[in-house]
Design a protein around this ligand. Structure first.
Ligand code: BGC
Length: 818
């Protein structure tokens, strides 16, 4: 232990006190030992430091900070260095705002296009997500503070996010859902990890000994701190035993007491606590160093420009028929669409940033040399139909050479805490597009949203630019792409299926009650479409440029692939070359090919460069469930260089010696996996894959409700009062939605409906304790009077003990009593 001497001087109570927050954002300090508190703040694409009222849902305003493009956007840059530069800028701002731990990046896999937080995550591919995250972490931590990679792990739906049990087989867990974290730990050297809210194969992630101890500490040698997601602690002692140092936010000491009791009664050994304290102290001492130096002012203009640069490299050109783009400067352009007036540039929830500036297209249009003949809103952002708006837009469109149409998803559709209901763009926007097409078929659509959407109108647009959520300077970046001042170089970090029904997890997303079964196994995203031969609209890795690139002269040896790329067009550009590897043996099921490397090359017109993509420890490995370790199958491998996952430009073969491990599967029993058609696997076949029975996925409606059941389950509670409360919640949600208070309606779902009962205690910073919750649960379970008596007597006890504490410490307690 690094801080053994200091820890020896600490009392048991002091040690336990460090294991949970002092308030919503800070850790506990111990003055007598010169241990300061540290500040943790969101988020992944900009700092959300709340100086006053604190919350984890992005409700109360935070200090101003640069809002960079969200992870879903940055991922399209396929540029690890750019990720590092963005991290560097985030790190500078975090230091300026005295933030020790920046809660990001988020690196969960996009299992379904509907997952509510996809806009905050990088990709459906773990290699790409891991590399970009590692870059960002290095950038942030270059300032001496800590990044906090999240949410560890397998956190891929918002529905019942604090209680859902994700059932996934070991190989898929390793190859798909943990690999990005592995890269973030080993290559990014993140100092902090945030555990996820959900359960994984029957245990809450922060209590899950397999991922927390065997893998994170055992295999990856992680020496940093694990912090719970806010309010995500279930059994504090079990979490500590698994190596979860910090619980956030404060529980006003309640769970510290649990730790103390567990040590006193021998449930856990004190040295486990000491080790956790040691790692937490390291985080405190190493991340506070930077604040001892003189602080530097941030040049917010420079940061704004950097946000624009990141967006420029991340925007994806998806269609360019008749070379309608770049926009010829003499053409008359009609700008149509609500999003041109008010940019959609970030998502909602804990990642929300209070931007230093905000560029809107209409305000910055003049600087772009676009010859605009006018603007029409065309549609109402929240889906109300308006014939008048369509007519006005069509009149303007008739006068134009090209229609520039800004469409997308609104602010409440993509939000933390809620999954999307479908992949559609609102009907009223499609109607507008149809009408515009009738009067002027020269349409360039600019899409603003943080995820894959269905694009049924693809044949009605000549140009399509996916701007994703491009941050506070996104509007300018989009215009630079449209005018050709910047040659687009973004490529999709996720597949665009034709229809939602085509997605591999279609039948198993989201889990609605107890669990969600990842029956598609490793076949997520392009791994599925490619292997099962399902057509997509735009494949993973796809993106156009205003120039063309030719690939030649592939040379493969045991260390990697070398090849030439030539810019065969008229203008300078950047090309993302992608290395895919496929195994020719059919003994172990696998995706047809998997991304194993990439590089982004800058080329002048006519220039050729020779590039090498090296192989690494992940190029040929697979996880063998029989030997329970990574192995290599001795076989011939296809080594492919592609401009996207479905556009292979160069190919060669390489034989690789294997590790000689026994075959892990019996082919006959796993037909869907061996064919790759894994979108509708039977429960029996899935059970064969995971090697055990799956837990019952539905609620046992006869059981009384407990700490981990959610408020939504009050619908079948014994207590009349609880059932009434459920109806009232449902009604208020509907009502608020109807009267246009959509964010508030969402909030109800997010922070009440899907909240487990224990959240009432964990999220209220000491206003309530578990004893009081027991009373509430009695009421919920039909024992109204007994429950109320219990609640009141527990409240009285809590008040009394707080008073006693105040007298002994001479301070006023942090937690208020109801
Ligand atoms: C989110 C985290 C976030 C935390 C603090 C939680 O609701 O899941 O991503 O960092 O709140 O705001």
């Amino acid at each position: 232990m690094k801080y053994k001497d200091l820890i020896t001087k600490m009392t048991l109570e002091e040690k336990a006190s460090l294991m949970s927050g002092k308030d919503f954002w800070q850790t506990q300090d111990i003055e007598r030992l010169d241990i300061n508190n540290i500040f943790l703040a969101d988020g992944p694409h900009g700092i959300r430091k709340q100086a006053e009222a604190a919350d984890h849902l992005g409700l109360n305003e935070s200090l101003q900070a640069t809002c960079f493009p969200t992870a879903a956007t940055v991922a399209n840059s396929w540029n690890e260095e750019l990720g590092e530069t963005m991290g560097d800028y985030l790190g500078k701002e975090a230091v300026a705002q005295k933030v020790n731990v920046l809660l990001g990046p988020g690196i969960n896999m996009k299992r379904s296009p509907l997952a509510g937080r996809n806009f905050e995550y990088f990709s459906e591919d773990p290699y790409l997500a891991g590399k970009l995250a590692a870059g960002m972490i290095r950038g942030i931590q270059s300032h001496g503070i800590s990044a906090c990679v999240k949410h560890f792990a397998v956190n891929n739906q918002e529905e019942r996010r604090m209680s859902i049990d994700t059932i996934v087989d070991e190989r898929t867990l390793r190859e798909i859902y943990l690999t990005a974290f592995e890269i973030a730990v080993k290559e990014g050297e993140t100092k902090t990890i945030m555990s996820a809210y959900n359960m994984l194969n029957g245990a809450y992630t922060n209590e899950n000994l397999h991922i927390m101890r065997d893998i994170l500490r055992g295999e990856w040698d992680f020496e940093g701190v694990v912090v719970t997601d806010w309010g995500g602690s279930n059994d504090r002692v079990a979490g500590l035993a698994a190596g979860n140092e910090l619980e956030m936010p404060t529980t006003a000491g309640e769970t510290n007491e649990e730790i103390i009791a567990a040590i006193k009664n021998g449930k856990i050994k004190e040295n486990i606590l000491d080790e956790c304290v040691d790692r937490l102290l390291d985080l405190v001492f190493t991340t506070e160093e930077v604040f001892k130096k003189e602080s530097k002012e941030i040049d917010i203009n420079e940061h704004h420009e950097m946000a624009q640069r990141v967006a420029e490299e991340s925007i994806v050109l998806l269609k360019n028929e008749d070379n309608i783009l770049p926009l010829n400067k003499d053409k008359k352009i009609a700008v149509i669409g609500d999003f041109a007036k008010e940019a959609r540039y970030q998502g909602a929830g804990s990642s929300i940033v209070n931007p230093t500036f905000l560029d809107n297209t209409l305000d910055v249009l003049k600087e772009s040399n676009i010859e605009s003949i006018g603007f029409e809103q065309g549609f109402d952002r929240y889906g109300k139909k308006s014939k008048k708006k369509i007519d006005e837009a069509c009149s303007l469109a008739k006068e134009a050479d090209v229609v520039l149409l800004y469409i997308g998803l609104d602010e409440v559709t993509e939000a933390e805490g809620l999954d999307r209901e479908n992949m559609a763009i609102p009907e009223n926007q499609i109607e507008l597009l149809d009408a515009l097409f009738e009067v002027n078929p020269n349409i360039v659509a600019v899409l603003s949203c943080g995820a894959a959407v269905e694009i049924p109108f693809i044949n009605k647009v000549k140009g399509l630019v996916h701007a994703y959520l491009s941050g506070q300077a996104g509007a300018k970046a989009i215009l630079k792409i449209l005018t050709g001042d910047v040659n687009p170089s973004g490529k999709l970090a996720e597949s665009f299926p034709v229809r939602f029904e085509d997605t591999p997890s279609y039948h198993q997303f989201p889990g609605k009650e107890v669990s969600v079964e990842y029956r598609e196994g490793p076949f997520i995203g392009y791994r599925y479409y490619d292997t099962a031969n399902v057509d997509v609209l735009f494949p993973f890795g796809y993106g156009l440029s205003y120039t063309t690139f030719e690939y030649s002269n592939i040379q493969v040896n045991k260390d990697g692939v070398t090849f030439n790329i030539t810019n065969s067009g008229e203008v300078a550009g950047l090309e993302v070359a992608q290395l895919y590897v496929g195994c020719q043996s059919k003994d172990i099921f696998r995706p047809k090919k998997e991304l194993k490397g990439f590089t982004k090359v800058s080329l002048h017109a006519g220039e050729t460069k020779t590039v090498t993509i090296p192989f690494d420890d992940k190029t040929f490995r697979y996880f063998n469930v029989k030997t329970n370790q990574w192995e290599i199958e001795g076989a011939d491998y296809n080594i492919m260089i592609g401009a996207s996952s479905s556009d292979m430009r160069l190919e060669d073969n390489l034989f690789i010696d294997g590790t000689g491990a026994p075959l892990p599967y019996n082919k006959e029993n796993l037909p869907s996996y061996y064919s790759g058609k894994a979108n509708n696997v039977s429960v029996e076949e899935f059970e064969t894959l995971i090697g055990r029975k799956v837990p019952v996925a539905t609620w046992d409606r006869t059981k009384p409700l407990g700490y981990n059941d959610t408020i939504a389950q009050c619908q079948y509670a014994k207590g009349l009062f609880a059932r009434f409360a459920f109806r009232a919640i449902k009604f208020s949600h509907k009502f608020l939605w109807k009267i246009g208070k959509r964010s508030t309606a969402n909030l109800i779902m997010m922070s009440v409906y899907h909240m487990p009962f224990r959240g009432m205690v964990r999220m209220t910073g000491g206003i309530m304790n578990m004893g009081m919750l027991d009373g509430i649960l009695m009421v919920v379970n039909g024992k109204f009077f007994k429950g109320m008596r219990h609640l009141l007597s527990e409240r009285k006890k809590m008040k009394a003990s707080k008073r006693k504490l105040d007298i002994t410490t001479g301070s006023s307690s942090k937690g208020e009593v109801l």
